[in-house]
Write a protein that binds this ligand. Structure first.
Ligand code: NDP
Length: 283
């Protein structure tokens, strides 16, 4: 079974659009997401466009602030400070990566925690690990939603996460742990990766290497979630971290790239923006 993140995201966005329509009457306005894009990176431009399109579909107000690569850290921090103080702004997202002269950690920390729709602020990260209310990071949240929708029982399962980044690997592992899976986190120094991945009942791969996970690394019946977004060196087309063609016949469930985790990430960004808006309105 192939889980279409695209179809699930479409359904969830339609449901959110219905909810957002009721907001002007209840709260006097719709949620407002501000996305800051620094520089001209083609990938970042395309991600930001995707976020604006999804906002339009859901009925959320979206403002994209574009700044040149040469913007100083101080100027960027000032823009964020102004947005923090603006009561009509509910969500702030700075598209990563940033130019090297800007300290990403400082920028993320500058965003008001209650407007941090990406869930990257240290306050939200700490709250996640302490099981406190927080904004969940979009990609891990989307993955758990896909598993639940596909009817995958997570509790008691042996889950293996390949990759330990702050934005995907670690928070996915934490959410799987919270759902009572037994979780193994692997990384570039893991000695025999195949030996570990073959024991997975749920395998989440987030490393950023085209078709890195081969069929011999996956056991029959495994649920495979492919987070990677890469260019296939042979065809130039988008592909994931797993060899989809080789693994699909063995997996009980698998996500495609494109059309899998990516659309769910943007969908959860919309959900987080609505959550931040409602938390403020219902205070
Ligand atoms: P990072 O580069 O931050 O992390 C990669 C991780 O993979 C690291 O933990 C690294 O280990 C591990 N790794 C690298 N090589 C190997 C190896 N040979 N064996 C085992 N582990 C290895 O990447 P991200 O987590 O940010 O992103 C991963 C992928 O997911 C990328 O393709 C990215 O584009 C995609 N992505 C997709 C999203 C979506 O919405 N679909 C959202 C975010 C990311 P170590 O820690 O030891 O260096």
């Amino acid at each position: 079974m192939i889980i279409s993140g695209k179809e699930l995201a479409l359904k969830l966005k339609q449901e959110m659009a219905g909810e957002v329509k009721t907001f002007p009457a209840k709260y006097g306005r719709v949620p407002h997401l501000v996305v800051i894009l620094v520089g001209e990176d083609a990938g970042s431009i395309s991600y930001v466009k995707g976020k604006a399109k999804a906002s339009e579909e859901v009925g959320i107000k979206n403002t994209t602030i574009r700044k040149p690569e040469t913007i100083s850290e101080e100027e960027l921090l000032q823009i964020i400070a102004d947005l923090n103080a603006d009561d009509t702004v509910d969500g702030i997202l700075v598209q990563l990566p940033l130019p090297r002269h800007i300290n990403e950690d400082r920028v993320i920390e500058a965003i008001d925690k209650s407007k941090d729709v990406d869930g990257f602020h240290p306050g939200n990260v700490a709250a996640l690990w302490q099981k406190q209310p927080c904004v969940l990071p979009c990609t891990p949240k989307g993955i758990i939603k896909m598993l639940r929708t596909a009817g995958v029982e997570i509790e008691g399962k042996n889950a293996v996460v390949v990759g330990r980044s702050n934005i995907v690997g670690l928070p996915v592992a934490k959410l799987l742990l919270d759902a009572n899976a037994t979780v193994t986190i692997t990384h570039s120094r893991t000695k025999d990766l195949g030996e570990v991945t073959r024991r997975a009942e749920i395998l989440v791969v987030a490393i950023g290497r085209p078709k890195f996970v081969t069929p011999d690394m996956v056991s029959d019946g495994t649920v495979v979630i492919d987070v990677g977004v890469n260019r296939d060196p042979e065809t130039g087309k988008l592909c994931g971290d797993v060899d989809f063609a080789g693994i699909e016949p063995k997996a009980s469930i698998i996500t495609p790239v494109p059309g899998g985790v990516g659309p769910m990430t943007i969908c959860c960004l919309m959900e987080n923006t609505i959550e931040c808006f409602l938390r403020k309105m219902e205070k």
